[in-house]
Design a protein around this ligand. Structure first.
Ligand code: SF4
Length: 426
């Protein structure tokens, strides 16, 4: 008997539109049984797979992991010229490996249930194209059951799948505490439905109050009372006098550009940028992101072509549709818990929220590089570009990038960067 699903209370639609992006960009790791299914299908390497073997391997000889093989252009060996999956075509959808069927959904353990999340790296997800999430529930329930077996997780009725992510970085809270903190963060998005910047900044104020408090000795009800109080305080701090945004410090802008470079980098797949052109091009790009002047190196071929100077000028106001798209994205990331714990390099709830909030100035910066007539389309692409890395790029989990977020968060610079890249007048 498997555990249940915790659906997303967000207006999220999706269907696969067979763009083939995921089959050209991601390395699929196979479980032993998935590998056996493909072996038993007896693929003819020469006549069906263009001369490539179905698998490639990684890791030490005693712990080798099998993956679906890729062609030199990065596409999966099972992707046919029409963009269709050969395994699906020849043997049926159910014989595809679980990661291929699951993408772009993400299932995250949440107490004794699975929380549904999603990757906006799939263009159909960022564009909100397809049927409502509820229509996918039967499939997701079946995936959850399969995943419990694949990951060797606890599947007894009512048992917790894993421990809750930490809140402040130490100790393991109860799931009750964790979920109530997630609800507080989601509450800021509800409190500021037409101002995503204010919503995320309120969340940052709340996290900074929590950082200054020792939560460990509190029982669950005092914890909830105190975090509610901090939420009221944070909302008040955002709605009271709001002077014009201060220019972020030079260190904040330098770190911002390093993060922007990482989030807009694409080294593989069809939309890859210039980073694969050789060490000199790479060095030049590093230098330019450090100085922040002149043309912005196009690390992703989807990036608008423009200069660093233009990125510092005020942008056009976000339209209602853009506000809605950003709210949908951040609500999804928060409610699903995709911003911390196992889903985001083991970060605590507070660190994870800061790293999520830091994606907002990056998105706003990318948007303002395009002409106002293309803002919405650019923002949707920017969501795909940034979410391709968020929670998945291993660099973001390293000590260096954690420290960068801590410096920015600790000095109130993420708040300032959101206001700076969200401003619409000098
Ligand atoms: S990226 Fe999304 S829309 Fe494109 S093939 Fe993959 S699941 Fe389908």
């Amino acid at each position: 008997m498997g555990q249940g699903l915790r659906p997303l209370p967000v207006l999220q639609n999706w269907d696969c539109h067979a763009c083939g992006t995921c089959c050209k960009e991601y390395l699929v790791t196979l479980s032993p049984s998935e590998r056996k299914v493909i072996e038993d299908q007896k693929w003819d390497d020469v006549n069906e797979l263009g001369g490539y073997s179905p698998f490639r391997f990684s890791g030490w000889p005693w712990a080798r992991r099998a993956h679906l093989n890729h062609r030199p252009d990065g596409s999966c060996v099972f992707l046919d010229p029409k963009g269709l999956c050969l395994i699906h075509k020849k043997h049926g959808y159910d014989t595809k490996p679980l990661p291929c069927r699951l993408f772009p959904w993400v299932l995250i353990p949440s107490g004794n249930r699975w929380q549904v999340g999603m990757r906006y790296a799939c263009p159909s997800a960022s564009e909100n194209r397809g049927r409502p999430m509820a229509m996918h529930t039967p499939h997701l329930e079946a995936f959850a059951l399969e995943l419990e077996g694949r990951e060797g997780l606890q599947i007894e009725d009512g048992a917790e799948l894993t421990e809750a992510p930490s809140i402040q970085g130490e100790g393991r809270p109860s799931w009750l505490r964790f979920r109530s903190s997630v609800d507080q963060l989601a509450g800021f998005l509800k409190a500021f439905p037409n101002d995503i910047g204010a919503a995320m900044r309120a969340g940052l104020h709340w996290t900074s109050h929590l950082r200054e408090t020792n939560l460990a000795p509190l029982d669950d009800s005092s914890f909830q009372e105190l975090t509610n109080l901090f939420a009221d305080l944070a909302r008040g701090e955002i709605t009271t006098a709001n002077p014009a945004p201060k220019t972020p410090s030079w260190i904040a802008r330098l770190l911002f550009r390093q993060l922007a470079a990482l989030y807009t980098r694409k080294d593989h797949g069809p939309k890859r940028g210039i980073a694969r052109q050789g060490p000199i091009t790479r060095l030049n790009a590093i230098m330019r992101f450090s100085w922040g002047t002149g043309d912005i190196p196009r690390l992703h071929s989807w990036m608008p072509h423009n200069t660093f100077e233009l990125g510092e000028l005020p942008g056009s106001p976000l339209s209602e549709t853009e506000q809605r798209d950003l709210h949908r994205y951040y609500m999804l990331k928060i409610i699903s818990g995709q911003f911390c714990g196992r889903a985001n390099h083991g970060l605590s709830l507070l660190d994870g929220f800061e790293s999520l909030a830091m994606t907002l100035p990056v998105l706003l910066w990318i948007r303002r590089l395009a002409p106002p007539s293309e803002s919405h389309q650019t923002l949707i692409r920017a969501l795909s570009i940034v979410d391709d890395h968020f929670g998945y790029n291993k660099m973001l989990g390293t000590a260096v990038y954690r420290l960068m977020h801590r410096i920015l968060g600790g000095r109130g610079e993420i708040d300032r960067l959101i206001r700076w890249y969200g401003r619409t007048s000098q």
